[in-house]
Design a protein around this ligand. Structure first.
Ligand code: A3P
Length: 259
């Protein structure tokens, strides 16, 4: 596959974006969510893959939907529109399940209307700004579809100015947090809480989703979702993504608080 070129940031309705996430805009905005769909929303590098895998296991149980091996296929990325690979919407249309898990990095004001109309459940994960930034700084060099990262000083300034794909971290997190205050179908989680006590966070998540897994099932999910296990697992470590250069950095990098 020919690698996608790195794109430049541009201002999109007040948020820094690249065309890979805006070129399919009308289809994204007109996307028809279903009542039982679950949205996973995060600022990039806040633990999206981690929560996606946890939800994937809770949602589908030990038996995965047929023909979809990678988490990337099982939890499609709504707004993604990178040449030579199916768009997020195309992947969602192909999913052989009635209740879908849908990933997005969109700030809350860009969420398509149908998700609110259908009163879909949404899980938002936030990560402290410093670790989020460090993770993003290590990600952009290896993800060839991201803008040129530049050096640390430049990247830090960009992060503080909100000149990152999906905009300012602060606006993203506070936007979702404020929405949650008036919308009971949003469950906010924190990466640091998940590191501290994943069992407790799993209980809270299950209570939000109306699920009651057995103790064995819960233990299985926790075990499979450990950093080292996800790093080894080709379904979760993103090793199938052609535009990521694992010689530069692994996707599953450190998984720590305070890095
Ligand atoms: P680091 O770069 O700090 O290691 P996203 O999925 O939103 O892109 O986030 C990626 C970050 O989440 C990476 O952080 C990655 O290592 C971390 N991560 C993924 N799975 C994890 C897990 N099971 N436990 C802890 N951190 C995890």
């Amino acid at each position: 596959m020919e690698l996608p070129p790195r794109r430049k940031l541009f201002d999109f309705q007040g948020v820094s974006m690249t065309h890979y996430f805006t070129d399919n805009w009308d289809n994204v905005q007109n996307f028809q969510a279903r009542e039982n769909d679950i949205m996973i929303a995060t600022y990039p590098k806040a633990g999206t893959t981690w929560i996606s895998y946890i939800l994937d296991q809770l949602h589908y149980g030990p038996v995965a939907p047929k023909c979809q091996t990678s988490l990337v296929d099982r939890v499609p990325f709504l707004e993604m529109n990178i040449p030579q690979i199916p768009t997020g919407i195309e992947m969602l249309d192909k999913l052989a399940t009635s209740a879908r898990l849908i990933k997005t990095h969109l700030p809350v004001q860009f969420i398509p209307r149908s998700f609110w109309e259908q009163n879909c459940r949404m899980v938002y994960v936030a990560r402290n700004a410093k670790d989020n930034l460090v993770s993003y700084f290590n990600f952009d060099p290896m993800n060839l579809a991201q803008p040129e990262p530049g050096d640390w000083n430049h990247f830090l300034q960009r992060f503080m100015d909100g000149k990152m794909v999906f905009g300012l971290w602060y606006d993203h997190v506070t936007g979702w947090w404020e929405k949650k205050q008036t919308h009971s179908k949003i469950h906010c989680m924190f990466y640091e809480d998940m590191i501290e006590d994943l069992g407790r966070e799993l209980d809270r998540l299950c209570s939000f989703l109306g699920l009651s897994p057995s103790l064995e099932e819960k233990a299985r999910v926790i075990e499979k979702s450990q950093f080292d296990n996800m790093k080894k697992n080709s379904m979760t470590n993103h090793s199938s993504i052609a535009f990521m250069d694992f010689k530069i950095s692994p996707f599953m990098r450190k998984g720590k608080v305070g890095d």
